[in-house]
Write a protein of this length. Sequence first.
Length: 227
Amino acid sequence: MNDQNLILLKDIHKSFMEGNVNRSVLRGLDFSLFRGQFGAVIGRSGSGKSTLLNLISGIDYPDSGEIHINGANLNEMNELERTLFRRKKVGFVFQFFNLLPTLTVLENVLLPLEINGTPPAKAKQQALPILEAVGLVDRAETFPDRLSGGEQQRVAIARALVNNPELVLADEPTGNLDRATGQQILNLLDTLTRQAGKSLILVTHSITSTAVADFVYRLEGGVLVDA
């Protein structure tokens, strides 16, 4: 594995049962991402984009092939090790913001730190600068239903970054936003992850959402090809 590689996938195969039919989604897929890179994967609905993210994050297992993250082989990790890996190394941004409606903006951002056992005072010290960076520190005590869609996604970005992950996975992060707001969100993701030296993988159905990526692949026929 190259010292610069944060992610390396080799000959990944993954299939699912649909009724009595075994549907092959990924068919010998290879992928690599350097530290600090922003990579994008486009593809139609059902092409396997979310499956790819689930494999990279250790949520799911490939049928065959190797997945190396920062030199560690995910295939050799047990369930607890995978869970700890996700908690400490990966931040997630989704199409649907997945904010808890009964928690304030700050409380939502604090969740990953609380799960990892960070002391409350230290957690708040980490969270407030991230909220400042996404332009929402003045809304820290606001509940999600008082925010616009773009603001809610900014909270989700803050939550993804607050634990200082090495890798951020963004699954259709603009799919629930208008075009202008979506572009603002992509620019924000790009700026914050690059400033912090993080790696970012964006999956989307829209080629227009990939303008700021370092490279773009299309997921087609179970493999990645140049877009």
